[in-house]
Unconditional design. Structure first.
Length: 219
């Protein structure tokens, strides 16, 4: 089996508020889910996890939750042949500030994106295999005592005490909250400059210098 990996990529074009007061137990579960390869289809030629493409390090240094490939790989399926996805893996830093996910707005929330990944093509599942994918998820929890214990800590419920659909929903929430913790430091020289001068980082901010520049050009 190829030791090659992929996860659904996340990118967006507009910022929104970052979630606050995240539950650390939920975030820790999300971290474990993010790195788990066994959710992928075992009948394919690749073991995959979110962390496989949204990597933190490689031989060339920090990857900032992205990778080197121009286009990410997903598991090969004879019914849907193809190795490459339609995009490369963008960074996850500050993804919690995005108003929608993927450049085409495929998902409106991180929860939708995570849910679609665990039961979708990037993990080796075809569109008609969601029920099989959910069964695989339940098997992974049964086989992983630490993850099952963390799920109970996060949601005050055993993984087998909820429906398969609810289990995926809880996984999506935990994974999304983990991704919301991946933030940039915002301490570059530019960041320090706009902070020192009271300039909004948003293009349409109340104190944005953009209108002033346009006004001076008109003069």
């Amino acid at each position: 089996m190829l030791n090659r990996w992929v996860c659904a990529a996340s990118i967006a074009l507009m910022p929104c508020a970052v979630a606050e007061n995240l539950d650390p137990d939920v975030v820790e579960l999300g971290r474990q889910l993010f790195n788990e390869t066994r959710f992928s289809n075992p009948a394919t030629d690749m073991e995959v996890s979110c962390a496989s493409c949204h990597a933190t390090t490689d031989p060339l240094g920090s990857r900032a939750f992205t990778e080197l490939f121009q286009r990410s790989w997903h598991p090969w399926r004879g019914e849907d042949p193809g190795r490459e996805t339609s995009r490369n893996t963008p960074t996850l830093l500050d993804v919690g500030r995005h108003a929608f996910i993927h450049a085409d707005g495929e998902f409106q929330t991180l929860e939708q994106q995570a849910s679609g990944t665990y039961t979708g093509r990037n993990f080796g599942w075809l569109s008609g295999e969601k029920e099989v994918a959910r069964a695989r998820v339940a098997w992974v929890f049964e086989a992983n005592a630490a993850m099952s214990t963390q799920f109970e800590k996060a949601f005050a419920s055993k993984y087998d005490g909820v429906s398969p659909e609810e289990l995926i929903e809880h996984m999506a929430r935990a994974t999304a909250d983990f991704m919301r913790t991946l933030v940039s430091s915002f301490d570059s020289p530019y960041d320090r400059f706009i902070e020192a001068n009271g300039i909004s980082p948003e293009p349409s901010g109340e104190n944005s210098i953009v209108p002033d520049i346009k006004q001076k050009r008109r003069a």
